[in-house]
Structure formats: structure tokens, C-alpha cells
Design a protein around this ligand. Sequence first.
Ligand code: SF4
Length: 359
Amino acid sequence: MSGAEPIELVTDHAAGTPWTGPLLEVRDLCVTFSTDDGPVMAVDHVSFTLEEGETLGIVGESGSGKSVTSMAILGLLPRQATVTGSVRYRGRELVGLKEKELQPLRGQHLAMVFQDALTALNPVHKVGAQIAEAISVHQTISDADLKTRVIELLELVGIPNPSERAEQYPHEYSGGMRQRAMIAMSIANEPDVLIADEPTTALDVTIQAQVLEVFERIQDRTRSSILLITHDLGVVAENCTRVIVMYAGEVVEEATTVELFARAHHPYTEGLLGAMPKVGGNEERLATIPGTVPPPTAWPLGCRFRERCAYAWERCEREHPPLYQIGAGHTSRCHLADEPERRANPHAPIAAQRGATAA
Ligand code: SF4
């Protein structure tokens, strides 16, 4: 078996100088899909960095553009998608790379954990063989070492009796075990960056917690950086050091997790926090954000959240808010940063008024 050719990752530095910048740097990332009705933008100038060993959460409802962002980073979008802007991994530009240039990076340096393990695992191959394949694509390794490595990986992700389990097919695994097997496959080559897109959404709460513990274990062991994409702020609170909140294709707030939970600024983030179940609280009385995320074909002018916002005023309709600096490392795409006195006058959002009329 022959391994992949080593790739040069440090391109912006003098040869031999170790890379000291962010592990992953996304700048002004835009994704536009060509459709029968013309071009439709799904991700709009998204920027963020991921540092070494960090877990960064990207949170937002479905339709916020978070999954498209993650697929764009790995070059996994269909041909109808046009990606512009910049995604740099250890300084190397990934946007515009050909598939054959991206392939050695994927799996070996940047890997993805998908939401649905059942579709990601091949039903006709044994789990151990699939993990072995993920390793041997990138590494030259003897059969004996390969077998040991597969068992080590299954052990690391908490699969009991790994030697026997390696010989089973995906359908013989429970949902939680399949998810762990897929994680084992994703980390088989100890990637620097692990992108996990709603990795626990399909699982029940207990299994969710166990799978998230697996990520912690992996990070302790491999120092991987994790980009955790989720709609669940509870998952962010437990696992992430920093958070990016996305809404209608753009970043609307960024802060450390501690700062976001203590001093959320954007009304959308406030709404997401308000919708979180409280410990010992009555889930029947959970606050919800009225309305839904507008599809990319119907992003309004001005602030895209304005129909659902309890503070919207006329400026929000005419002026698209920039990302305002709220504090150190804390930004918010909301005009309230400029006119904080407006917060004193909340009102029923347009979406709630519509809901009341419809009821
Ligand atoms: Fe609400 Fe206006 Fe802020 Fe948008 S800019 S979130 S509409 S207050």
C-alpha cells in the first residue's frame, strides 16, 4: 500500500519557519448556488478563526448557513456552488484548490463528522475494515499495525470489546455506537481540524453526552481543534471555548462562551438563550423566537432578523447592520450597539403579530 505524498502546508512563510498563525482562518467566505431561478447566496461574507486545540461552536437554527459553511471549508459542496473568499489552513489557501489537491488534506489534516452515521458508514463493509481503509488511504502501514490501530481507535471512542466489534457490520451497532465508529473513522489520521456537523442531533440525551465526551477525550489525546456545528446552545456551553452565532447566512455575534452566556448582545442570541431548557425549569413554558429564518431568496434589506426582533425600528429596515465591536473578542451585528437606549422599548415583533393574526 502506498501512502499519499506529503504536502507543503506552509506557503506564506519562509521555508522552514513553523506556522504561528491561526490553524484555520476563514475570511469573507461566500457561497452562491446557481439555480433555475438564478444565483442564490447561502453564505454571506463569513469570517472567523480557529486556533490550535480550541473548540469553536457555530450555532444557529436550520437555514442559518452553518452547514454550508462547513462543507465549503472542506470543498464538499456540489458543482452548482460557487465559493469565494478565503479559507486558509496553516496559511495555505484552500479556496480554488482542485479536488485532487484537496483530497490528501481531507481526512489527514481536516476531517468531518456528519450528523447521520448510518449514511456515512457503508452497510456492506465491516466497521473495522472501513476504519482501516480510512487509515491506509493516507498512511503506509503494515496489516498488523493497521489492525492494532483500528482497535485502539474503537477503544478511544468508547466501543466495548473493540476486537469483536471491529468484525461487525454497521447495522449490528446501536445508533450511539455507529456515531462513535464514524468519529473513530474521522480521527483515524489524527487530523488537526475536526468539523462536527450536528454530531449528536440524532441521538438521545444520554448518548449525546457520551459522544461529546469522546470529543473531549480525542482533544486531550491529539490536540485537534474542533469546529462544532450545532443548533443547541447547551452543547456549546458544555464543549466550546468560543461561539459564533449565524443567522440568514451571516455571522451575527461572536464571543467567548462565558461572555456570550453572561452578556449576549444580539436579540437573536438572546432569543436562542431564552429558548434553552432551564435546569429544573418548566419546559412547557419555554420562550420561542417567533417566525422562522428567511430563506436566502427572501433575505430582507436592512437587518435580516428584523421581522423577528422585539427592538426593530426604522433604521433596521433601511440599514444592514455591520459587526459592531461590543468588547474584547465580542462582536454583534445589531444597531443596538450604536443606539443602546432603544433596548428600553421592546415591542411585539412583526412575525409574532402575524402569528397572532393568523391564529
Ligand atoms: Fe433587531 Fe435592529 Fe438589532 Fe436587527 S439591528 S437585531 S432588527 S435591533
